[in-house]
Design a protein around this ligand. Structure first.
Ligand code: TRP
Length: 456
């Protein structure tokens, strides 16, 4: 008794699913988080581990999420419960959905603050604040913003309103239109930024070398933590482990090929991250900035390039608007599972559900933005709220969610269901997927965890 449609709506085509899922995947994670995390761990070796994680863990888990979502056709909590019941397995599995709601909550609270920075930077670009700016000036613009709680609050609030607005209307109708043209435009602009970086061949080659020559000495005695962060970045960037992709899979038609779509989505996501690194690292290295300087990295470096290039002001405005759209389409997918669950279980209307969720997350976001200034002394495990939520979600919650999804798909769900959903026949490709999902993902994630906490 599988359902062929979801009560929340359906994508109008397979193409719409690809757009929405890549809209979820491609976001601040690629352009803001990837470069600064790679920079923190010295570049090349981190990038290599990240790519391996995308291929061996990320793609199989993404396939599993889409498969489970399409099979269950509800919010992740109810999907997991229904599928577990159908296998006569304990309802324990709905924990995956609950964990996802928690991750989405925590991620969106700091994500929205960074989305707010993007809004602020769109305005600054429009005002011409970056013309002729140097590294020091650019760092000042950034710290003036992050030191001002009221400014941060304003932008964070605007961003949350934008998200709640779309989710309240229903993702399948609101989102498709936005992503159709703007995502390709962002891609073209990033290419242009890379081309601009290449006009200074020396710096560009340095950047290439930094990103693609793996040297494990870069991990400087903290390999366990570096590998965990690279894996966490793969989960974060692909939107895995919290049910966002599961939710989007639930709106996908039963005819579409999961494998093919997932490979396209993961491929685009990875390409955007690499392009963003290629646009940024040449500037970082040429201006003598510290690649490991943290979450401000792109906001401190890109303005320098915009300030120098001809037509830079217009270019900067367009770039930040597109980055904003990328952040927006990702943030929507963070709020969607919670909203769908409230609609299903509490029988709330979609607008009420979306707005309630958004208000709670907005409140938590205030703790994040205050941790950058007035609450900078308040720490837990040595980190402020912003850094703590960022670290905890990517490096712990998402991988745990992902492994549970892998174990469920590989060990609990009957084989004939995954065969039918993924490919229709028991092919070599299917066996490779099954091997990765049953053994490789759970083992790798466990080993990386144990290693990071020093047990092995
Ligand atoms: N992948 C998005 C990005 O790179 C962020 C994101 C959206 C996300 N939905 C998610 C991360 C779900 C983890 C889980 O910006």
């Amino acid at each position: 008794m599988t359902m062929s449609t979801s009560i929340h709506g359906m994508w109008s085509s397979r193409f719409a699913f690809i757009l929405a899922a890549s809209g979820s995947a491609v976001g601040l994670g690629n352009i803001w988080r990837f470069p600064y995390t790679a920079g923190e761990y010295g570049g090349g070796a981190f990038v290599l581990v990240y790519l391996l994680c995308v291929a061996a863990i990320g793609i199989p888990i993404m396939m599993a999420e889409v498969m489970l979502g399409r099979r269950g056709r509800q919010s992740p909590i109810n999907t997991m419960r229904t599928l577990a019941q159908a296998q006569q397995s304990p309802v324990f599995w709905q924990l995956v959905g609950w964990l996802g709601i928690l991750s989405g909550f925590l991620i969106l609270s700091f994500y929205s603050v960074v989305g707010g920075w993007t809004l602020a930077y769109t305005l600054y670009s429009g005002l011409g604040s970056f013309s002729g700016i140097d590294a020091e000036g650019s760092a000042q613009v950034f710290s003036a913003l992050t030191n001002n709680p009221w400014q941060l609050l304003l932008w964070h609030s605007v961003f949350m309103v934008m998200i709640a607005g779309v989710v309240a209307r229903g993702v399948a109708s609101g989102l498709e239109q936005a992503v159709r043209f703007l995502m390709p435009a962002l891609f073209v602009l990033l290419l242009a930024m890379v081309a601009y970086a290449a006009t200074e061949p020396r710096a560009f080659v340095q950047g290439l070398d930094y990103m693609f020559r793996p040297d494990f000495a870069e991990f400087q005695g903290r390999a366990g933590e570096a590998i965990l962060s690279a894996m966490g970045q793969a989960f974060f960037s692909l939107s895995l482990g919290m049910g966002a992709i599961m939710m989007y899979g639930s709106y996908l038609s039963s005819q579409a090929s999961i494998t093919q779509n997932v490979v396209i989505i993961a491929g685009m996501d990875t390409l955007v991250a690499l392009l963003s690194g290629l646009a940024i690292f040449p500037i970082v290295l040429a201006t003598g900035l510290e690649p490991g300087s943290g979450p401000g990295l792109i906001f401190q470096t890109l303005p320098i390039a915009f300030g120098q290039m001809p037509g830079g002001q217009l270019f900067a405005v367009v770039f930040f608007v597109l980055l904003l759209v990328a952040a927006w389409t990702s943030a929507i997918s963070l709020l969607e599972p919670l909203t769908a669950w409230l609609v299903e279980n509490r029988d709330w209307s979609r607008p009420v559900a979306a707005i309630t969720g958004a208000v709670l997350i907005w409140l938590l976001g205030i703790a994040c933005l205050l941790s950058l200034n007035v609450w900078s002394d308040v720490t837990l495990f040595g980190k402020g709220f912003f850094d703590l939520f960022d670290y905890l979600t990517s490096n712990v919650l998402l991988p745990v969610g992902g492994v549970l999804i892998a174990i469920f798909s590989g060990w609990v769900l009957s084989r004939h269901i995954s065969v039918a959903e993924l490919i229709g026949r028991d092919t070599l490709g299917y066996r490779i997927w099954r091997f990765l999902i049953r053994y490789i993902s759970p083992l790798c994630v466990t080993i990386v965890f144990l290693n990071a906490i020093g047990l092995i």
